[in-house]
Design a protein around this ligand. Sequence first.
Ligand code: SAM
Ligand code: SF4
Length: 336
Amino acid sequence: METLTQVEPLTDSWGREIKSVRVSVTDKCNFRCTYCMPAEGLEWLARAEVLSFEEIARLVAVLARLGVDEVRLTGGEPLVRRDLPVLVRMLADTPGARDLSLTTNGVLLDRLAQPLVDAGLRRINVSLDSLDHVRFAELTRRDALDKVLRGLEEAERHPELRPIKVNCVAIKGFTEDDVPRLAALARRKPYVVRFIEFMPLDADEGWRDDQVLTGREIRALIEAEHGPLVELPAKASSTAKRFGFADGNGEVGFVSPVSEPFCSTCDRIRLTADGQLRTCLFSRREWDLKTPLRAGASDEELTALLRTAVAHKELKHRINEPGFVRASRSMSQIGG
Ligand code: SAM
Ligand code: SF4
């Protein structure tokens, strides 16, 4: 049997080693962000289709043995999954799963931050697209800005939970007005504020390339107000370029998958809530792990399947190429 030290890393056909898995724990959500879900929601997965905590923990343990040491829980909205801290505890105790984090819309964080920290969560990303009540409600189709801010404040009360990252999807003709206040938030609070380019992953299929407000454009808006930003070192596989303000007070980041793709250093795979492995956000193909898992596959069999899937990892997304074909599912169904 393979041991933690001997194991051959999980590497794709382009030489990229897979170190990170995004695990979707549910496809359901209590928001309806316009860039992600339709107003009426989507047809949710049947309960029996959704992986149990034990099944998720088993797959993460197999991945961790292959060197995948970064695990991020997401969804849908992960905090609507009942008893999520129980899963966090199981994953925090998984050998090799060194870096466990969570991406959330923050609306249930005011009451869940404490149990999540107690269970071993150490890093959190909270999505927040606007600090203006009307605009927040326009984007998320929920009047919940104050509740999200309370969730962030609660996260702040737990020093174990660092860094706190705030993710903002940037949309041209909309987000420009929010940039100054969000940049000010990064200076006022211990939050790293990151601007993410709008990608064609919205279920309504309304995305157009002229709606992408690029990282470069946002940087210029921030610099017009705060002076030159200073680039900070980032991990090679990082999705974000990091910048500090010149006085050293505050950090912002730009995740620019459309204008500055970072596919060549991608070290990520995704596990959907119904147990399908995706090797790219924009994959047209999924690899069914749930069926073999439920049929009693051994760790070795699951490992072989994972290696085959990863060998087929896409070289890059083709958003900017003619004939781009959208992914087979939308963002909330994949796990962003
Ligand atoms: N519900 C949680 C949340 O909103 O943080 C976790 C799941 S959500 C799908 C994960 C991240 O994807 C969020 O930061 C969200 O803003 C981002 N996202 C959703 N749709 C997107 C799109 N079309 N383009 C870029 N980012 C998107
Ligand atoms: Fe829900 Fe997150 Fe999608 Fe918004 S971005 S609808 S919060 S899954």
